[in-house]
Design a protein around this ligand. Structure first.
Ligand SMILES: [Zn+2]
Length: 501
């Protein structure tokens, strides 16, 4: 037996008071025992390694202690000690993962009928109960429908949704929560104190994080670290013993990705993971947890621009985390991903994109101005010529504030100043886009009105190109054209109508 099992067994909570965390379960069970309101079936649901079976054994003790039933079992009487050692005749533990069939449940139904031999209650603890076959569940249901008064079932499961509703409705369900980091650190430091092991709190915290909420894993990791360090638990040793990459390295790795700096990202991956012979999947998992935490912080602080970037990385490494587990050369996959991420065009968030578009809208407005100045020089422009540029700018701005897509259409149209009015004609717009602009001419008129400008629409200064299909229509759409010009190397890959997306 490894020392870890010794530690886990030695430090398994023996009474409700020794349980760290799961207070909601402890308090409800204790009060039920105090009031003598014992149910016939409990369902302990929650992730693996959070103390469901330990809790079931404590409940069995509370019911069968010679001084009970009591919320504070003595842990010293013969019954308590036998339950603790797993040899008490009236506490029957069964693993449904390996005994999932009808025969086992039939046997169970037989034995349920007989009164307890030594204790007050026969307690059946069925672990991983969701693994039972449908037939077995049906047989179990018959017992649950008319349970003998001396029987208590405790079902433990990691996936209660797989349990039939008919069974669920006959159980009192308790949801066990993953341990918090503080709870895990409390348990680990208690164990270290009692075992005479020196430790740094930061090191225990690293173990707690690696265990991500599982007490069983935390104890196993503690055991590994004790074996590795010979009894003095320090930060570096924890990372080395558990094959974990230090938080600082994760931080620098992420920074290199954000800054699209390929060399440090590859260097960190090589030095901290590949050269040390660490598990690549473990590294990707740590990275995911690290990015996930960062993402939560930024989303909560309202920093959405950075959160958008981090989310892209999170999604990438989430997909990668599955692939690296199956691939014969996982380090190559990670390297390829590092290169891809750092070589991609910069991630532009929506705001930056809009800023760029707005900047372009202004430069187009000022080109109206230049055009007009030329026309003025050759005697084309009349009335308000000096202020025309400013007015066109103001109109473009006003329309843009009101209706961004419309302002982009307007930019591609031909806008001239004639006989004291702004004259708008299709210009570069095709038939469809021009139609869209005309649908919203009221918006343009309304904005022009507010600026003291008259607006006229002229339909066919130039013959609009015939739009043959949605692909061509998309290609000549001003918004699409803008996007193509903002991103280098952008291509139209596919065009779909809105409803088909
Ligand atoms: Zn006792």
């Amino acid at each position: 037996m490894s020392r870890y099992q010794v530690i886990a067994r030695r430090w398994r909570p023996k009474s409700f008071n020794e349980v760290v965390g799961q207070r909601h379960v402890v308090n409800t069970l204790k009060s039920a025992i105090e009031r003598g309101k014992i149910a016939h079936a409990y369902l302990f649901s929650g992730p693996r390694g959070v103390g469901k079976t330990s809790m079931a054994r404590i409940l069995a003790k509370a019911l069968n202690c010679e001084k009970g039933p009591t919320p504070e079992p003595c842990c010293e009487c013969e019954n308590c000690r036998e339950i603790e050692r797993g040899i008490f005749v009236d506490v029957i533990e069964m693993d449904a993962a390996s005994n999932r069939g009808i025969d086992e449940i039939r046997e169970l139904r037989e034995s349920v009928r007989y009164a307890p031999t030594k204790g007050r209650y026969k307690v059946y603890i069925i672990d991983e109960v969701h693994m039972l076959t449908e037939q077995a569940f049906n047989a179990l249901l018959k017992t649950l429908e008319e349970p003998p008064s001396h029987v208590v079932f405790v079902f433990a499961t990691t996936e209660y949704r797989k349990i039939p509703q008919t069974i669920l409705s006959r159980c009192i369900r308790f949801d066990f929560k993953p341990l918090t980091e503080d709870e895990a650190v409390e348990i680990l430091s208690n164990i270290c104190d009692a075992e005479g092991v020196e430790y740094e709190e930061a090191a225990l915290r690293a173990i707690a994080r690696a265990a991500s909420g599982s007490l069983r894993d935390a104890e196993m990791f503690l055991e590994q670290v004790i074996a590795y360090t010979g009894g003095k638990i320090k930060g570096d040793a924890v990372y080395e013993a558990l094959g974990l990459v230090e938080e600082e390295a994760l931080e620098n790795f992420l920074k290199a990705l954000v800054e699209r700096d390929v060399e440090p990202a590859l260097h960190i991956f090589h030095k901290r993971v590949v050269e040390r012979g660490y598990d690549v999947a473990g590294f990707v998992q740590s990275l995911l947890e690290f990015i996930g935490e960062r993402l939560k912080k930024q989303a909560l602080s309202g920093d959405t621009a950075d959160a958008v970037k981090l989310y892209t990385f999170f999604k990438t490494f989430l997909e990668l985390s599955e692939k690296v587990k199956r691939h014969p050369f996982p380090d190559m996959l990670v390297e390829a991903e590092i290169i891809r991420l750092t070589a991609l065009p910069p991630l532009e968030d929506i705001k930056v994109l809009l800023d760029v578009l707005e900047g372009k809208a202004r430069s187009v407005s000022s080109s109206f101005e230049k055009k007009e100045e030329k026309r003025e020089a050759v005697g084309e422009g009349r009335a308000k010529p000096a202020s025309y540029g400013a007015d066109a700018d103001a109109l473009a701005d006003a329309v843009s504030r009101r209706d961004k897509p419309l302002s982009l259409l307007l930019k591609e149209a031909d806008v001239r100043f004639k006989d004291g009015a702004v004259v708008i004609s299709p210009g570069k717009l095709g038939e469809v886009s021009w139609g869209k602009l005309r649908e919203k001419e009221d918006v343009i008129k309304e904005q022009a009105d507010a600026l003291g400008l008259d607006v006229k629409f002229e339909n066919s200064v130039k013959k609009a190109p015939v739009v043959r299909n949605i692909r061509e229509e998309a290609a000549e759409n001003p918004v699409v054209r803008e996007i193509l010009s903002v991103f280098d190397n952008a291509l139209i890959v596919d065009v779909k109508k809105r409803g088909e997306i």
